[in-house]
Design a protein around this ligand. Structure first.
Ligand code: 5GP
Ligand code: ZN
Length: 131
């Protein structure tokens, strides 16, 4: 059983931010910034690509509600919403989850940088739209 399934089951303890029949939100053990939260479906799927539409919409809806609450009550200025999908993208726990990372200023302890590359945009568009 994966580590988040064990948290859902209660055999591994967690700090619960929110819980209902389908979802659980917990404080991330790493606390990259104060209030770093993970929102996850109780039903196991490896990543968000595997979730059905209804499940996914319900999850993201709660991510927005919790983001607003976390920002307001922790006095944050914004947040990053992150879904790492597969190990190449940094996913370490193979159970679907969304990170809510509250942001306090531009120099707090998360640094997301977008490097630039030159690709042929038309070629990429064609590929994306292939059946
Ligand atoms: P990923 O890299 O898969 O997107 O994120 C997994 C997250 O789960 C990491 O930020 C890590 O700190 C967190 N995590 C791993 N194990 C535990 C645990 O046992 N409890 C909690 N609360 N968080 C965990
Ligand atoms: Zn699981």
């Amino acid at each position: 059983m994966c580590i988040f399934c064990q948290i859902v089951e209660g055999s591994i303890p967690s700090e619960k931010v929110y819980e209902d029949d389908n979802l659980l939100a917990i404080l991330d053990i790493a606390q990259t910034t104060k209030g770093h939260t993970l929102v996850l479906p109780k039903k196991h799927s490896n990543n968000f690509l595997e979730m059905d539409e209804k499940e996914y919409m319900n999850l993201m809806n709660k991510v927005q509600v919790l983001s607003k609450r976390i920002i307001k009550n922790l006095n944050a200025k914004g947040c990053n919403i992150l879904i790492n999908t597969n190990k190449e993208a940094g996913q370490t726990v193979m159970h679907s989850h969304v990170h809510i990372i509250p942001r306090y200023d531009e120099n707090d302890s998360i640094n997301i940088s977008f490097k630039e590359n030159k690709y042929d945009l038309n070629e990429i568009l064609e590929k994306i739209n292939e059946d």
